[in-house]
Design a protein around this ligand. Structure first.
Ligand code: CMP
Length: 140
C-alpha cells in the first residue's frame, strides 16, 4: 500500500485542556508519523478560508468563531493509508457516535468542539497541507 499524507488540526478545545500530547500519542500509537507540526492561532481570514467548503452551512459562523478561540496545532501525518487511518483514529465527527478508544470518544466535548480535524480524501489532504505548510516545513 502507498505511503500517504493527511492534514490534521488539534482544535482549541483540546489545546485549552492540555491534550496535545495525549492526542499525539494516539496518532503515533496508530503508526502514523508526525512529519510537520506547528502551534498557531488563526484569525478570521484563515479560519474562513480553511472551512470555505462549509460556508453555506448553519454552523459555519460558530465554527469559525470556535476555531479562532484559542491556539491550534496543525500537523501533517504520514503513513500507509494515512487519510483513512487517521479518520479511524479520530472517530465520528459527533463524539456521541464515535467508537470506543477514538480521540473524539475520549476527548471531544461536542460536535463542534470535537478536538481534531482530519482530511476526508487524499485530494483534500494535498489542498489543506498546501494552505498551511511550505514544502520545506515538512520533514519526512
Ligand atoms: P471537522 O472535521 O473539522 O469538519 C467540519 C467541522 O464543523 C466539524 O469537524 C465540526 O467541528 C464542525 N461542526 C459543527 N457543527 C457541525 C454539524 N452539525 N455537522 C458537522 N460538523 C459540524
Amino acid at each position: 500500500m502507498a505511503i500517504e499524507r493527511t492534514f490534521s488540526i488539534i482544535k482549541p478545545d483540546a489545546t485549552r485542556r492540555n491534550l496535545t500530547g495525549a492526542i499525539n500519542a494516539k496518532i503515533e500509537g496508530a503508526g502514523l508519523r508526525i512529519v510537520a507540526q506547528k502551534r498557531v492561532k488563526w484569525g478570521k481570514a484563515e479560519a474562513e478560508a480553511f472551512y470555505g467548503v462549509h460556508k453555506e452551512r448553519p454552523f459555519f459562523k460558530d465554527l469559525v468563531t470556535f476555531m479562532m478561540s484559542g491556539p491550534i496545532v496543525v500537523q501533517v501525518l504520514e503513513g500507509e493509508n494515512a487519510v483513512a487511518k487517521y479518520r479511524e483514529v479520530m472517530g465520528a465527527t459527533n463524539p456521541a457516535n464515535a467508537a470506543p478508544g477514538t480521540i473524539r470518544k475520549e476527548f471531544a466535548e461536542s460536535i463542534e468542539a470535537n478536538s481534531v480535524h482530519g482530511s476526508d480524501s487524499p485530494e483534500n489532504a494535498a489542498i489543506e497541507i498546501g494552505q498551511v505548510f511550505k514544502p520545506d516545513e515538512i520533514v519526512g
